[in-house]
Design a protein around this ligand. Structure first.
Ligand code: NAP
Length: 331
Protein backbone atom coordinates (compact mmCIF):
# COMPACT_ATOMS: atom_id res chain seq x y z
CA UNK A 1 0.00 0.00 0.00
CA UNK A 2 3.05 2.27 0.27
CA UNK A 3 2.54 3.99 -3.11
CA UNK A 4 -1.03 4.88 -2.09
CA UNK A 5 0.17 6.84 0.94
CA UNK A 6 2.02 10.14 1.17
CA UNK A 7 4.48 8.61 3.69
CA UNK A 8 5.21 5.89 1.13
CA UNK A 9 5.34 3.21 3.81
CA UNK A 10 3.37 0.00 4.36
CA UNK A 11 2.90 -3.61 3.28
CA UNK A 12 0.21 -5.11 1.04
CA UNK A 13 -3.55 -5.29 1.31
CA UNK A 14 -4.88 -8.89 1.29
CA UNK A 15 -7.69 -7.75 -1.06
CA UNK A 16 -8.02 -4.43 -2.82
CA UNK A 17 -10.76 -2.80 -4.87
CA UNK A 18 -11.09 0.56 -6.52
CA UNK A 19 -14.62 1.95 -6.11
CA UNK A 20 -15.79 4.50 -8.67
CA UNK A 21 -19.50 4.40 -7.87
CA UNK A 22 -21.70 4.16 -4.79
CA UNK A 23 -22.94 0.76 -6.00
CA UNK A 24 -19.37 -0.55 -6.14
CA UNK A 25 -18.79 0.57 -2.55
CA UNK A 26 -21.95 -1.15 -1.33
CA UNK A 27 -21.21 -4.38 -3.18
CA UNK A 28 -17.62 -4.37 -1.88
CA UNK A 29 -19.00 -4.23 1.69
CA UNK A 30 -21.48 -7.03 0.88
CA UNK A 31 -18.63 -9.14 -0.43
CA UNK A 32 -16.44 -8.42 2.61
CA UNK A 33 -19.27 -9.31 4.99
CA UNK A 34 -20.04 -12.56 3.19
CA UNK A 35 -16.40 -13.62 3.27
CA UNK A 36 -15.75 -12.33 6.80
CA UNK A 37 -13.11 -9.82 5.72
CA UNK A 38 -12.30 -6.69 7.65
CA UNK A 39 -12.50 -3.49 5.60
CA UNK A 40 -10.33 -0.40 5.47
CA UNK A 41 -11.62 2.57 3.47
CA UNK A 42 -8.79 4.41 1.77
CA UNK A 43 -9.10 8.00 0.57
CA UNK A 44 -6.14 10.19 -0.32
CA UNK A 45 -3.66 8.23 1.87
CA UNK A 46 -2.34 11.47 3.34
CA UNK A 47 -3.12 10.80 6.98
CA UNK A 48 -2.33 7.11 7.48
CA UNK A 49 0.55 4.93 8.59
CA UNK A 50 0.24 1.38 7.21
CA UNK A 51 2.12 -1.37 9.06
CA UNK A 52 4.91 -3.34 7.40
CA UNK A 53 2.64 -6.41 7.44
CA UNK A 54 0.01 -4.45 5.52
CA UNK A 55 -3.73 -4.90 6.02
CA UNK A 56 -5.19 -8.38 6.40
CA UNK A 57 -8.58 -7.63 4.85
CA UNK A 58 -10.21 -5.70 2.03
CA UNK A 59 -9.05 -2.18 1.20
CA UNK A 60 -11.68 -0.14 -0.66
CA UNK A 61 -10.10 2.80 -2.42
CA UNK A 62 -12.84 5.42 -2.81
CA UNK A 63 -12.47 7.18 -6.16
CA UNK A 64 -15.96 8.68 -6.63
CA UNK A 65 -15.57 11.73 -8.86
CA UNK A 66 -17.66 14.78 -9.68
CA UNK A 67 -18.31 18.37 -8.65
CA UNK A 68 -21.69 20.10 -8.93
CA UNK A 69 -22.82 23.65 -8.16
CA UNK A 70 -26.30 24.77 -7.10
CA UNK A 71 -26.45 28.44 -6.12
CA UNK A 72 -23.90 28.92 -3.34
CA UNK A 73 -23.77 25.16 -2.65
CA UNK A 74 -21.01 23.00 -4.05
CA UNK A 75 -21.14 19.23 -3.83
CA UNK A 76 -17.98 17.23 -4.38
CA UNK A 77 -17.72 13.45 -4.50
CA UNK A 78 -15.49 11.88 -1.86
CA UNK A 79 -12.73 10.82 -4.27
CA UNK A 80 -12.09 14.33 -5.61
CA UNK A 81 -8.66 15.62 -4.58
CA UNK A 82 -9.08 18.40 -2.04
CA UNK A 83 -6.64 21.03 -3.26
CA UNK A 84 -7.89 21.20 -6.87
CA UNK A 85 -11.38 21.71 -5.40
CA UNK A 86 -10.07 24.67 -3.37
CA UNK A 87 -8.44 26.07 -6.50
CA UNK A 88 -11.66 25.59 -8.49
CA UNK A 89 -13.64 27.53 -5.85
CA UNK A 90 -11.08 30.32 -5.48
CA UNK A 91 -10.99 30.71 -9.28
CA UNK A 92 -14.77 31.25 -9.12
CA UNK A 93 -14.31 33.86 -6.39
CA UNK A 94 -15.97 31.62 -3.79
CA UNK A 95 -14.55 32.19 -0.32
CA UNK A 96 -14.44 30.10 2.84
CA UNK A 97 -11.85 27.41 2.16
CA UNK A 98 -8.96 29.40 0.66
CA UNK A 99 -6.84 29.00 3.84
CA UNK A 100 -7.19 25.24 3.40
CA UNK A 101 -5.09 25.39 0.22
CA UNK A 102 -2.31 22.86 -0.21
CA UNK A 103 -3.75 20.31 2.20
CA UNK A 104 -3.23 16.86 0.69
CA UNK A 105 -5.88 14.17 0.57
CA UNK A 106 -9.37 13.86 -0.79
CA UNK A 107 -12.74 15.50 -0.15
CA UNK A 108 -14.00 12.45 1.77
CA UNK A 109 -11.40 12.92 4.47
CA UNK A 110 -12.28 16.54 5.19
CA UNK A 111 -15.35 16.03 7.41
CA UNK A 112 -13.75 13.07 9.18
CA UNK A 113 -11.09 15.10 10.95
CA UNK A 114 -12.78 18.46 10.44
CA UNK A 115 -9.76 19.64 8.48
CA UNK A 116 -8.67 23.12 9.45
CA UNK A 117 -5.82 25.55 9.03
CA UNK A 118 -5.10 29.20 9.71
CA UNK A 119 -8.39 29.72 11.49
CA UNK A 120 -10.69 28.11 8.91
CA UNK A 121 -12.39 24.73 9.40
CA UNK A 122 -14.45 22.76 6.91
CA UNK A 123 -17.19 22.40 9.55
CA UNK A 124 -17.97 26.12 9.14
CA UNK A 125 -18.85 25.37 5.49
CA UNK A 126 -20.27 21.86 5.46
CA UNK A 127 -24.02 21.66 4.94
CA UNK A 128 -24.46 17.89 4.49
CA UNK A 129 -22.33 14.77 4.29
CA UNK A 130 -23.66 11.92 2.16
CA UNK A 131 -22.61 8.58 3.64
CA UNK A 132 -23.05 4.85 3.40
CA UNK A 133 -24.17 3.67 6.84
CA UNK A 134 -22.52 0.28 7.32
CA UNK A 135 -24.84 -0.67 10.19
CA UNK A 136 -28.20 0.29 8.64
CA UNK A 137 -26.80 -0.64 5.20
CA UNK A 138 -28.31 2.43 3.60
CA UNK A 139 -27.25 5.76 2.19
CA UNK A 140 -27.93 8.69 4.52
CA UNK A 141 -27.48 12.46 4.37
CA UNK A 142 -26.17 13.85 7.66
CA UNK A 143 -26.69 17.55 8.35
CA UNK A 144 -23.91 19.64 9.87
CA UNK A 145 -25.14 19.27 13.48
CA UNK A 146 -25.39 15.47 13.17
CA UNK A 147 -21.68 15.32 12.30
CA UNK A 148 -20.69 16.50 15.81
CA UNK A 149 -17.81 18.67 14.65
CA UNK A 150 -15.27 19.96 17.16
CA UNK A 151 -11.54 20.76 16.87
CA UNK A 152 -10.15 18.19 14.36
CA UNK A 153 -12.88 15.74 15.28
CA UNK A 154 -16.35 14.60 14.24
CA UNK A 155 -18.53 11.57 14.91
CA UNK A 156 -16.66 9.95 11.99
CA UNK A 157 -13.38 9.69 13.93
CA UNK A 158 -14.83 9.38 17.45
CA UNK A 159 -18.23 8.01 18.52
CA UNK A 160 -19.18 6.52 15.12
CA UNK A 161 -15.72 5.52 13.93
CA UNK A 162 -15.93 2.92 11.11
CA UNK A 163 -19.72 3.26 10.80
CA UNK A 164 -20.02 5.72 7.92
CA UNK A 165 -18.26 5.83 4.56
CA UNK A 166 -18.24 9.37 3.23
CA UNK A 167 -19.56 9.45 -0.36
CA UNK A 168 -19.94 13.20 -1.02
CA UNK A 169 -19.79 16.49 0.84
CA UNK A 170 -21.84 19.66 0.24
CA UNK A 171 -20.23 22.96 1.24
CA UNK A 172 -21.76 26.45 1.30
CA UNK A 173 -19.28 29.11 0.11
CA UNK A 174 -19.73 32.85 -0.24
CA UNK A 175 -18.98 34.79 -3.38
CA UNK A 176 -16.28 37.40 -2.90
CA UNK A 177 -15.94 36.75 0.83
CA UNK A 178 -12.99 38.49 2.46
CA UNK A 179 -10.23 36.05 3.35
CA UNK A 180 -9.51 35.41 6.97
CA UNK A 181 -5.93 36.29 7.93
CA UNK A 182 -5.74 36.15 11.71
CA UNK A 183 -2.71 33.87 11.95
CA UNK A 184 0.78 35.29 12.43
CA UNK A 185 2.27 33.51 9.39
CA UNK A 186 -0.42 34.98 7.14
CA UNK A 187 -0.40 38.45 8.73
CA UNK A 188 3.37 38.64 8.30
CA UNK A 189 3.12 37.40 4.72
CA UNK A 190 0.58 40.08 3.80
CA UNK A 191 2.00 42.74 6.13
CA UNK A 192 -1.51 43.26 7.53
CA UNK A 193 -2.93 44.05 4.07
CA UNK A 194 -6.23 42.31 3.24
CA UNK A 195 -5.58 39.93 0.31
CA UNK A 196 -7.98 38.75 -2.37
CA UNK A 197 -9.06 35.13 -2.29
CA UNK A 198 -6.48 34.09 -4.88
CA UNK A 199 -3.75 36.04 -3.09
CA UNK A 200 -4.71 34.30 0.16
CA UNK A 201 -4.49 30.92 -1.58
CA UNK A 202 -1.11 31.77 -3.10
CA UNK A 203 0.14 33.00 0.30
CA UNK A 204 -0.98 29.85 2.11
CA UNK A 205 0.61 27.65 -0.56
CA UNK A 206 3.87 29.55 -0.25
CA UNK A 207 3.92 29.32 3.56
CA UNK A 208 3.07 25.60 3.45
CA UNK A 209 5.73 24.94 0.78
CA UNK A 210 8.37 26.66 2.90
CA UNK A 211 7.47 24.19 5.67
CA UNK A 212 7.45 21.25 3.17
CA UNK A 213 3.77 20.80 3.95
CA UNK A 214 2.77 20.63 0.28
CA UNK A 215 3.35 17.20 -1.28
CA UNK A 216 6.12 17.56 -3.83
CA UNK A 217 8.05 14.64 -5.33
CA UNK A 218 11.13 16.85 -5.53
CA UNK A 219 11.01 17.73 -1.83
CA UNK A 220 12.04 14.75 0.36
CA UNK A 221 10.91 16.67 3.46
CA UNK A 222 7.34 16.46 2.18
CA UNK A 223 7.30 12.63 2.24
CA UNK A 224 5.17 12.66 5.39
CA UNK A 225 1.67 12.28 6.76
CA UNK A 226 1.51 16.01 7.49
CA UNK A 227 1.46 16.88 11.17
CA UNK A 228 2.25 13.66 13.01
CA UNK A 229 0.90 14.87 16.37
CA UNK A 230 -2.16 16.82 17.42
CA UNK A 231 -1.62 20.17 19.08
CA UNK A 232 -2.42 19.34 22.73
CA UNK A 233 -5.19 21.13 24.58
CA UNK A 234 -4.38 21.31 28.28
CA UNK A 235 -5.64 22.92 31.49
CA UNK A 236 -4.09 26.30 32.35
CA UNK A 237 -2.43 24.64 35.38
CA UNK A 238 -0.39 22.45 33.02
CA UNK A 239 0.67 25.56 31.10
CA UNK A 240 1.76 27.20 34.38
CA UNK A 241 3.83 24.13 35.30
CA UNK A 242 5.59 24.15 31.94
CA UNK A 243 6.18 27.89 32.18
CA UNK A 244 7.74 27.37 35.62
CA UNK A 245 10.09 24.67 34.33
CA UNK A 246 11.51 26.49 31.33
CA UNK A 247 13.39 29.70 30.90
CA UNK A 248 11.38 31.18 28.04
CA UNK A 249 7.80 32.08 27.13
CA UNK A 250 5.54 29.14 26.28
CA UNK A 251 3.47 29.78 23.12
CA UNK A 252 -0.20 29.09 23.74
CA UNK A 253 -3.65 30.01 22.48
CA UNK A 254 -6.94 30.12 24.43
CA UNK A 255 -9.24 27.18 23.80
CA UNK A 256 -12.45 27.47 25.85
CA UNK A 257 -11.39 27.17 29.51
CA UNK A 258 -8.13 25.51 28.40
CA UNK A 259 -5.15 26.37 26.25
CA UNK A 260 -3.70 24.92 23.05
CA UNK A 261 0.09 24.52 22.95
CA UNK A 262 1.85 23.99 19.59
CA UNK A 263 3.11 20.39 19.52
CA UNK A 264 6.00 21.53 17.30
CA UNK A 265 7.28 23.79 20.09
CA UNK A 266 7.12 20.96 22.68
CA UNK A 267 9.03 18.65 20.32
CA UNK A 268 11.77 21.21 19.72
CA UNK A 269 12.06 22.04 23.43
CA UNK A 270 12.37 18.32 24.19
CA UNK A 271 15.56 18.31 22.13
CA UNK A 272 14.43 17.21 18.66
CA UNK A 273 15.79 19.69 16.19
CA UNK A 274 14.46 19.92 12.64
CA UNK A 275 16.26 17.36 10.46
CA UNK A 276 16.67 14.86 13.36
CA UNK A 277 17.26 11.30 12.05
CA UNK A 278 16.52 7.85 13.40
CA UNK A 279 17.28 5.10 10.90
CA UNK A 280 15.47 5.87 7.66
CA UNK A 281 12.87 7.95 9.50
CA UNK A 282 13.38 11.54 10.52
CA UNK A 283 11.89 14.89 11.40
CA UNK A 284 11.39 17.25 8.48
CA UNK A 285 14.16 19.82 8.11
CA UNK A 286 11.41 22.41 7.65
CA UNK A 287 8.78 21.54 10.26
CA UNK A 288 9.29 19.72 13.55
CA UNK A 289 5.73 18.39 13.54
CA UNK A 290 6.26 16.20 10.45
CA UNK A 291 7.83 12.76 10.66
CA UNK A 292 9.26 11.90 7.27
CA UNK A 293 10.34 8.81 5.38
CA UNK A 294 13.91 9.74 4.44
CA UNK A 295 13.88 6.97 1.81
CA UNK A 296 13.27 3.27 2.39
CA UNK A 297 11.85 3.72 5.90
CA UNK A 298 9.79 0.91 7.38
CA UNK A 299 6.64 1.52 9.40
CA UNK A 300 8.54 0.12 12.40
CA UNK A 301 11.13 2.88 12.04
CA UNK A 302 8.42 5.53 11.86
CA UNK A 303 6.84 4.06 15.01
CA UNK A 304 10.24 4.00 16.79
CA UNK A 305 10.70 7.71 16.13
CA UNK A 306 7.11 8.49 17.14
CA UNK A 307 7.65 6.67 20.45
CA UNK A 308 11.02 8.33 21.06
CA UNK A 309 9.35 11.75 20.62
CA UNK A 310 6.34 10.84 22.77
CA UNK A 311 8.50 9.45 25.61
CA UNK A 312 10.86 12.43 25.65
CA UNK A 313 8.11 15.06 25.52
CA UNK A 314 6.17 13.19 28.19
CA UNK A 315 9.21 12.99 30.52
CA UNK A 316 10.03 16.67 30.06
CA UNK A 317 6.55 18.21 30.06
CA UNK A 318 4.14 15.54 31.33
CA UNK A 319 2.13 15.70 28.09
CA UNK A 320 1.53 12.57 26.00
CA UNK A 321 1.36 13.74 22.39
CA UNK A 322 -1.40 12.01 20.46
CA UNK A 323 -0.66 10.95 16.88
CA UNK A 324 -2.85 12.46 14.19
CA UNK A 325 -2.56 9.79 11.45
CA UNK A 326 -4.70 6.65 11.48
CA UNK A 327 -2.64 3.48 12.11
CA UNK A 328 -3.65 0.70 9.72
CA UNK A 329 -2.83 -2.99 10.20
CA UNK A 330 -1.09 -2.70 13.56
CA UNK A 331 -3.42 -4.93 15.60
P1 NAP B 1 1.10 26.93 13.18
O1 NAP B 1 0.41 27.89 12.27
O2 NAP B 1 2.52 27.12 13.51
O3 NAP B 1 0.26 26.79 14.53
C1 NAP B 1 0.72 25.94 15.56
C2 NAP B 1 -0.35 25.87 16.64
O4 NAP B 1 -0.62 27.18 17.14
C3 NAP B 1 -1.68 25.33 16.16
O5 NAP B 1 -2.22 24.59 17.23
C4 NAP B 1 -2.50 26.55 15.91
O6 NAP B 1 -3.87 26.33 16.14
C5 NAP B 1 -1.99 27.48 16.99
N1 NAP B 1 -2.14 28.87 16.56
C6 NAP B 1 -1.27 29.62 15.84
N2 NAP B 1 -1.75 30.85 15.65
C7 NAP B 1 -2.97 30.90 16.23
C8 NAP B 1 -3.97 31.90 16.36
N3 NAP B 1 -3.80 33.13 15.84
N4 NAP B 1 -5.10 31.58 17.01
C9 NAP B 1 -5.28 30.35 17.53
N5 NAP B 1 -4.38 29.37 17.44
C10 NAP B 1 -3.23 29.63 16.80
O7 NAP B 1 0.89 25.43 12.65
P2 NAP B 1 1.45 24.60 11.41
O8 NAP B 1 1.82 23.29 11.95
O9 NAP B 1 2.40 25.38 10.57
O10 NAP B 1 0.12 24.37 10.58
C11 NAP B 1 -0.51 25.44 9.89
C12 NAP B 1 -1.99 25.26 10.02
O11 NAP B 1 -2.38 24.03 9.42
C13 NAP B 1 -2.46 25.24 11.47
O12 NAP B 1 -3.68 25.94 11.56
C14 NAP B 1 -2.67 23.75 11.71
O13 NAP B 1 -3.62 23.46 12.71
C15 NAP B 1 -3.14 23.32 10.34
N6 NAP B 1 -3.03 21.86 10.13
C16 NAP B 1 -4.17 21.14 10.15
C17 NAP B 1 -4.16 19.77 9.98
C18 NAP B 1 -5.44 19.02 10.01
O14 NAP B 1 -6.52 19.58 9.83
N7 NAP B 1 -5.41 17.76 10.25
C19 NAP B 1 -2.95 19.13 9.80
C20 NAP B 1 -1.79 19.90 9.75
C21 NAP B 1 -1.84 21.27 9.94
P3 NAP B 1 -4.81 25.58 15.07
O15 NAP B 1 -4.36 24.16 15.05
O16 NAP B 1 -6.18 25.75 15.69
O17 NAP B 1 -4.69 26.28 13.78
Amino acid sequence: MAPLTTLNVGGPARFFTLAESEDQIISAFDHADRSGQRVFVLGGGSNILVSDRGFDGLVIHVRLKGIAFEGDLITAQAGEDWDPLVEYCVDRNLGGIECLSGIPGSVGGTPVQNVGAYGQEVSERIVTVRCFDRIAREIVELGNAACGFTYRTSIFNTTERDRYVVLAVTYRLNEGETPNINYKDLREHFEDRCPTLSEARAGVLRIRREKSMVIDRDDPNSRSAGSFFKNPIVATGVLDEIAGSIDQPVPHFPFGQNVKIPAAWLIEMAGFEKGFRLGHAGISANHSLAIINRGGATAAEIVDLKERIQDTVSQKFGILLQPEPVFVGFD
